[in-house]
Ligand binder design. Structure first.
Ligand code: SF4
Length: 318
């Protein structure tokens, strides 16, 4: 069985990334991954902040300019300053993003870039890639739990998988909140995510367990601290080493059920994965096969085994 969301996830996205011709030169930055694979599972909520604040298509390009430590966004000659408009639009929009499971920004844009946006020195003397798009900055600041990523980085298989894991996890959290959170449900949620967290950040795996064991924190505060810790943990990319450690923990559940040859086969596959000789999918498939033959309720509920729809073809290439 693989994870399938009941409804499509709502994902905010820079409008040019879905192919809308909204860029200054009437171009777009269509992402084939987003539009051809991810779109089966998500409902995109496109937004072009520059068009939304009234800039035309086509338009003069704008950039971030720093002068005496103050960053503004305007045309290269300093005219047409849209700093306040972009910031206000970001603040207003961000308040309405409570039902989003993630946001995909267009890289490098002075409005939408998440990081490493070019900041030009006043009078055109060079630039540094240290900025954050004004719209993106507001969305991220006002929605600190929201998984965010840039279009170009999603071409990296590890970053892509990490982002997919975060958006599908966050959607489950939104669903849990919508149905009404109880301490029991919170603990069940954590229990199902244990091995997923372990594969991303083992210290968080321990810390989140300790947090939930505390009886002195009231539920709302506990839930907020928990989800903040979980989403932060999942930002760490799972490595070959941390996956190997997680796989070995899962392997431990089959000690008694498997015969010697089967145990050796599973061990060999985990080691082959660890050495980079096979993708993660190989030992995972073997574990799922053994789980089918030897059902275990605790393991079957582990999100780690199916964190996102298999149609997204993640976990194949590494
Ligand atoms: S990067 Fe953002 S502001 Fe620029 S065209 Fe795309 S959506 Fe519009």
């Amino acid at each position: 069985m693989t994870y399938q969301p009941e409804n499509k996830l709502k994902i905010g996205i820079s409008a040019c990334v879905v192919g809308q011709e909204v860029r200054f030169d009437r171009g777009h930055k269509r992402s084939s991954f987003c539009m051809e694979q991810l779109s089966d599972f998500v409902e995109f909520k496109p937004v072009c902040p520059e068009v939304a604040i009234g800039l035309p298509i086509p338009r003069a390009s704008i950039r971030q300019i720093i002068n005496n430590g103050v960053i503004t966004v305007s045309r290269p000659d300093g005219s047409g300053d849209v700093t306040d408009k972009l910031t206000r639009f970001g603040q207003e929009s961000a308040k309405g993003y409570g039902d989003l499971a993630g946001f995909i920004f267009c890289a490098k844009s002075p409005s939408c870039g998440m990081e490493r946006v070019k900041v030009h020195h006043h009078h055109g003397k060079g630039s540094e890639a240290t900025g954050v798009g004004l719209f993106a900055e507001q969305v991220m600041q006002l929605n600190p739990l929201l998984p965010c990523e840039e279009n170009g980085r999603l071409n990296d298989p590890i970053i892509r998988e990490n982002f997919m894991t975060r958006i599908f996890t966050y959607q489950k959290w939104l669903d849990l909140q919508a149905e009404g959170l109880t301490k029991h449900k919170l603990i069940a949620f954590h229990s199902a995510h244990k091995y997923l967290v372990m594969s991303h950040h083992i210290e968080s795996y321990r810390a989140l367990g300790r947090l939930l064991a505390r009886a002195d924190i009231e539920l709302d505060s506990l839930a907020q601290q928990y989800i903040a810790g979980l989403m932060q943990a999942l930002k760490n990319k799972a490595s070959r080493r941390s996956h190997t450690n997680t796989l070995q923990h899962l392997q431990g559940y089959f000690k008694r059920q498997l015969d010697e040859a089967q145990r050796k086969e599973l061990s060999d596959e985990i080691i082959a994965y660890h050495k980079g000789l096979s993708p993660l999918l190989v030992p995972l498939t073997l574990i799922k096969h053994h789980l089918n033959n030897h059902p275990n309720g605790y393991l079957q509920q582990q999100v780690y085994l199916n964190p996102h729809p298999k149609e997204l073809k993640l976990r194949y290439g590494y």
